[in-house]
Ligand binder design. Structure first.
Ligand SMILES: [Zn+2]
Length: 206
């Protein structure tokens, strides 16, 4: 029995023989029904182009005004970064760090790692850090929560709408696009395929 031909179900630890389903077929654990593998067509190419798009969207989403507020003749434009800085200034360290991590740092790392990994796999470049990058990506994915911030923007708009004049900025459009790109990125990401490719590249190198 060669151990690399088997995998354990992440949910119930049932030992299963590894066989790669074709695109359009899903592999479920026969005991608990956990979705083991959902192969996606052109996953590496799609991951590469989506993360590249995401990288370009990160800059306007973070640096352009998300919205402008006009109260009593004073107008103020707010960007994502200036929002985080204001929270820090107000002494709300906990919220500021949370917003910074989940809306700025983790989405950034998420996209950069996805780009690095898919780029290496697409052009068949072996790299000893590939497994580490992919493991890190899996951890980060859970923490990148752009949608939470978007929900915050919506709540703020509803609350402010009656007392101030609101204007939506280009940053918001970039932010919504970035959110769509990251969701599509996650749904096209065929993790078992990525692991398999990394194993192949490493085996070829050794
Ligand atoms: Zn199971």
């Amino acid at each position: 029995m060669k151990l690399s031909n088997y995998l354990a179900c992440p949910e119930c630890d049932l030992l299963l023989s590894k066989n790669t389903p074709v695109v359009g077929e899903k592999a479920h654990c026969p005991r608990c029904g956990y979705l083991l593998h959902n192969p996606r067509a052109n996953s590496i190419m799609r991951t590469f182009s989506l993360s590249l798009t995401g990288l370009f969207l990160l800059f306007p989403a973070n640096l352009l005004p998300i919205m402008g507020i006009k109260v009593l003749g004073n107008s103020h434009d707010g960007t994502l970064i200036s929002g985080v800085l204001t929270l820090f200034d107000e002494g709300m360290w906990g919220v500021a760090s949370l917003v910074f991590l989940s809306s700025v740092l983790f989405p950034f790392l998420n996209i950069v790692l996805a780009l690095l990994i898919s780029g290496h796999l697409l052009f068949n470049r072996a790299n000893k850090h590939l497994s580490l990058w992919l493991r890190t990506l899996h951890h980060i994915e859970e923490w990148a929560m752009l949608e939470v911030y978007l929900l915050g923007i919506i709540v703020a708009c509803v609350k402010l709408a009656s007392m101030a004049e609101l204007k939506f900025g280009l940053g918001l459009s970039a932010f919504v696009l970035l959110l769509l790109v990251t969701v599509t990125l996650a749904s096209n990401f065929d993790s078992p395929l990525f692991w398999q490719k990394i194993e192949q590249l490493n085996a070829k190198k050794n």
